[in-house]
Structures are given as structure tokens and as C-alpha cells.
Design a protein around this ligand. Sequence first.
Ligand code: MOS
Length: 758
Amino acid sequence: MSDHLHELQPVAPLGEGYVTTGDAVPRIDGRAKVTGQARYAAEIAVDGLVHGAVVNAAIARGRIVAVHDQEARAVPGVLDVLWHGHRPEAPQLAHYFETGEDFSTVPVKPLVGDRVHYAGQPVVLVLAQRWEAARYAAGLVRIDYEVEAHETDLLRHRADSRAPRELDEDTAPPKPRGDADAAFAAAPFKIDAEFHQGAEHHNPMELHASTVIFEEGGRLTIHDKNQGGYGTRRRLAKVFGLDESQLTLLNTFVGGAFGSGLRPQYNLLLAMVGALHLRRAVRVVLTRQQMFTFGHRPEIWQRVRLAAERDGTLKALIHEAVGETSRVDDYTEMVTRWSGTLYRCENLRGDYRVLPLDLPTPLDMRAPGAASGLFPLEVAMDELAHALGMDPLTLRLRNYAERAPASDKPYSSKKLRECYALAAQRFGWSQRDPKPRSMREGDELVGWGMASGQWIAEQEEAQARVVLHTDGHLDVATAASDIGTGTATVLAQLAASALGVPLQDVRVHIADTRLPEAPTEGGSSHVASVGSAVDGACEKLRKKVWQLARAIAGSPLAGSKLAEVEFVGGRVRLRKSPGDALVLHEVLAASGAGQFEAHFHLEPDEDEQGRYERAVHSAVFCEVRIDEAMGTVRVTRVVSAVAAGRIINALTARSQVLGGIVWGIGQALHEGTLIDHALGRFMTVDLANYHVPVNADIHTLDVSFVPEDDRIVSRLGAKGVGEIGALGVAAAISNAIWHATGRRIRTLPMTPEKVMAP
Ligand code: MOS
């Protein structure tokens, strides 16, 4: 060991580039994204790339009897046209075709059979040397069908719904308590209302795309838009009968997904088929219209009954739901559970059923189940408050649950009361005149509404590796996904903060199955999961460095305990005398080793976590301005206060909630996929006809976080902020529309014809 370590360097205060937990850190990948340097799955450069174009079924239900592909085959540059009657012979594809359909692993396995399960099902793949040729040829393919009668109308066939084949703790209705029906009948104040929400589609900016690169020896390197490389690889290996070690999955950059990337979509399966068939690199990119040919947030019908005493005490809560699913698989989500976790109520009952229709299997979409299920609950609470002549916030506080009502578990943390107080104060709620139609400005009626939000706080198994180099660089490696949320930035920040190195010295490696295993990014649990794994690895690394630093002759850290030192400003030093410090990379250099490495495998303590109800909470207050003659609603102000555990990155967390609020405004006013029931297919299948909020729809958004620290959910104290921002927003807007106009709208989206004065 060298002696110069004895000469202590003066310790400067935290300088440029040093960050700590909670700081507002801009995205480390921001520059790459805005300059176009970031390469998405459809943009990977490969020599000799073949392009696939997909033909989708035009009928909702039936059988394909013939595919006329001669004209398509004659297009210059077309290499092949694949369909169930013209399958490739490659032995590597035998498993895919011979095992038939497998809806539990992937939503649909294209080209394996002649059955059409829904309109838009992928049925033909055209492979060509150029994208234009593939697409042109795809347009020349003609298909003969044997058409069968279809059903796509949830409201019309609702009576045919049935119990889902399988429910888990989260998707099952809340455990019943008391006698809800008797209590409802006996209570003096009650609300009984039906609600409806149409299907919604994810519509991320980036289209679903896969580039599958066939390599010597049959190995495949796959660039795909998805939310989890390991999970995608597992399903692919199963469907193709391949060994996982033959497949490398990369989802380097993801331009939004919102749940549409939780499972492999058909572009990936078809690119795989093409690549294994031609033994070349194949790319399949969906068109915007094709983004409407797979999973979506299901259409749902709900009925909520609430009953209360004169003082507002809830006496009965009954929540029923019927959600759409497909004929081939049961899609279920967490629709009714919130009625068992949000308010104290001694008589509780839920019922959740599904109705199989001839539509694609639905799919998780941002806050799946909660976005649907909280809407009727939070509107019914507003209706009940009005019936009682009580302020809606007071009613919620009257029934505030200190323990989760259905499970009778304590919350791991719950600062919802603080959310209500903070948001109400920032909004100015105390100024509200409860009378509907009591506020007007110019030609517009003004209304104020509020609602609560709740989402799960989960943690999943994850691994991470960190490597500190003598040149000062810190590598962070985990197969985490960053679907646009800022995960990579948060991981860099956590590592930089833990080791006290500048942010720019951290290199984050994610989104690659050659890296330590990480879960699929979903349920807003990625920071609590992979963030904790990175933090765990950093702690092990800190220990190694400290042991080394302590052993150096004359070290000021000699005899110290790990808890007595801190890693700040590129140094390891004593907390109580910060001047006694050693420069980090010099400690490493002194050891003679080139690098220090630590690996951490986070295994959530399910027994301990299972003792608690784990949730994130929010309170949302909003103001609408309505032109009754036009039926137009402007959401001029949304104030959201969120309690989501410790906030790691104040900037990206806020962005998540801002995006969530915009998403909630879309759910409330714009988004809804219309179905042509005569043809049995979605008809608003582009961004001209499927409306999402645009800049002009968004006014003042005010986001704050209530301080919270939850060490049961994660060692970081963090819960998750991806989905909570969207929750409560649609209900708050509906409640505000009622306050403005006196009209109660219980169906989404709340389009002008519903708002317009009769
Ligand atoms: Mo989210 S719907 O779990 O991607």
C-alpha cells in the first residue's frame, strides 16, 4: 500500500455532479433521446435486414378457408408469404407450429391455425427485402373466410357474464364483512348507481416493434419493445421450444408502454418466425392502426351501492363489476378490491365477473383495475356526500380507514390524511360553495370536485451488480427496464449517492438479459425492486471499500465501525469528523486490484410484507370550466398530493404524476375505443379518431408529495409513483362536472353530448 494516503486531502463541500437521494436529477438519457441518438427496437441497424408486414383478420369470428397470396408473391423483393396453410419447414420452428395455440403464455400465436378469434388477429406475414415492398404486398393478400356470428357488446350480453376461472388475492373481490345487503336496506341514506367505461388503448408514442437478428449457430439477438427482457425471453423460449441461453433480449429504449409491453406482442412472434425461417435478421413493426389489434383496457360495467348513517358513517358498501374478456383467455384485474381497502365499512361485499366476447384478450393498462374500479366508488362517495348534505372531504375523513377494512391488516404506511389536507389547502377547497351551479365566470360554469386515489405498493425479486473502478467510474448493472419513467436515472442517482461519486462517473447498464436478472417493469414497483437491489449491492461495496480504507497504515478510519463512516464527495470519511477522509479511488488504487465488485440478490420478505396492507395514496382536487351550450369541459386546475414513500428523484417522480394526471384527464374526457358491433371490430383505430389529451387540454397541474418513508415495502423507504398519478382524476372531474352543472355523469369518457344542457 502506498503512503500518500496518509496525506489527507481537504474535503470540499458537495460539488458539481454529486447527488443525493431526493434530488431532482434530470434524465441521464435525456440528451440521447432528444438528439435522436437513442436507438429504439425498430431503428437497430442490421445488414441484410428483412422486413415483415402483417395482414390482420377482417372478421370477428370464424375460419380462414383460403389465402390468395399469388399477387403478393409476385411483388419484386418479396421473399415469402407465410400463413397457416403455408408454414415454414425449418426444424427450429416445429415446436412453435406443432404445439398449437397457447393463450396463457402469449395473447395470440399467429399462423398456427385457421381459427379467427377476433377482428385484427394477425393471420399472414409477408417477408420482403424492403419495408415498402412488404407493406405493398400485404395489401394484395386476399383472404376467404367462413364467418360465424360474433358478440362484442358488453352491455347487451352482460347477463351472460360468469365468474373468472381464476382469481388471486388482488383480483378477487374484497373478503365479505357483515351483511352488506341487509345493512344497505336498513340504512337511512343510500346511493345505488350504475357506471360504464368503454375500452381504452395504450397508444404509446413508439409503435410495437421487434428486430430479431439470426446469428451463426442459431443464436438470436432480439431488440424488442417490452417492459421486461427476462420475462419476454421466458415466454419466447416456451413458445418456440428454445433454450433461454440461445436468446439475448434487449429493450434498450422504450418509448412508452403503459402495460402494452408486459407480454410479448405478435410483432415479436412473427419476427422470430421470419428469422428462424429465413435464417436472417427480420424486423416487424406494427402500424398505428395495428396498435389497436391486441390488448387494451377492458370495457367494464359496474354498480356501486353505498349506505350511511346521518353522521356519514358508512354502513354498507356493495361493489359489483362485469369486465370484458376474450373467448380464449380470462383477463382479470384489480377492480373491486379498492372497495375493501380505502374506507372503513363494517358491511362489505364485492362481486367481479367477466364476459367473454369475440375481441382481443384485454391487457393491463396503467393502474389496471384501479383506474376502472376507483371511478364508481369515488363518484358514489360524492353522491352520498351530497345526499347527506356533507362536504365530500369530510365524508371521506369520517370513514378514514386506520386498518385495511377487508383484510384487517395494518397499513405499512398511510399518509392519505396528510394528502387530503395538503391538496385541499393548496386548492383552496374550504372556499367551495357546496351548491351545484353556484359558480360561473363569463359563459362558463365552474365546478370543483375531489377524489381519493390508491394503488398497490409492491416489491419484486431483483438482482444487481455494481463495480467500482480505480479510475473512479462506477458501473451499475441490472436487466431493469426503463419504459420512459426514468428508471436508469434513478438507479444512477442511487448508486452515485450511496458511494458518494459524481453522477457523471456512473455508467448504468440495463435492459439486456446478459445482465443480472430483474423483474418486468410493472405495477410501479421497479424502483422498490431494482432500486433496492442496486442499493443492496452498493452497501456491500461500501463495506469492502471501508474495510480496505480502515486497514491502510495510519488510516483515520482505523478502528471505525461501518455505521460511523459516510461516502460523500468522492471520499470515505468519519461522520463525526468529516475532515478525516480518504479519497475513494486512491483507496482502491492502494489495494492493487483493478476493480471492486458487489452483487446483490433482493428477495422480498413476503411473510413480513404480507402482514401489512401496502399501498400508495393520493388526494386529487380539480376545477372544471364548462360551456353548457357546447358541452365542452376544460380542466383548468388539478391539485394532486401523493404519498408514495420516500421520493428518490423529485424531478422524475413529479413527471410521473404529471403524466398520470394527463392520463386521468384522457380517461375522463377523451379516451374510449368505439366498437362497430355489426362488424365486431374497433373503429377508432388511429390517433385522429381515438382522442388523447393534447397540450391545449392541459392547464395548471400542481403536484406535491407528502413525506413518507416505508421500510416494509423497500429498504429505500420508497413505494412507487408510476400509476398513482392517474388515479382519482376521472372521478374528481366527474364530481366537478356535477358541481358545475348539476349533471351526474357515470359513463366514461364524459364527451360533450353527455355534458351539454338538454
Ligand atoms: Mo403497468 S399496467 O403494470 O405496465
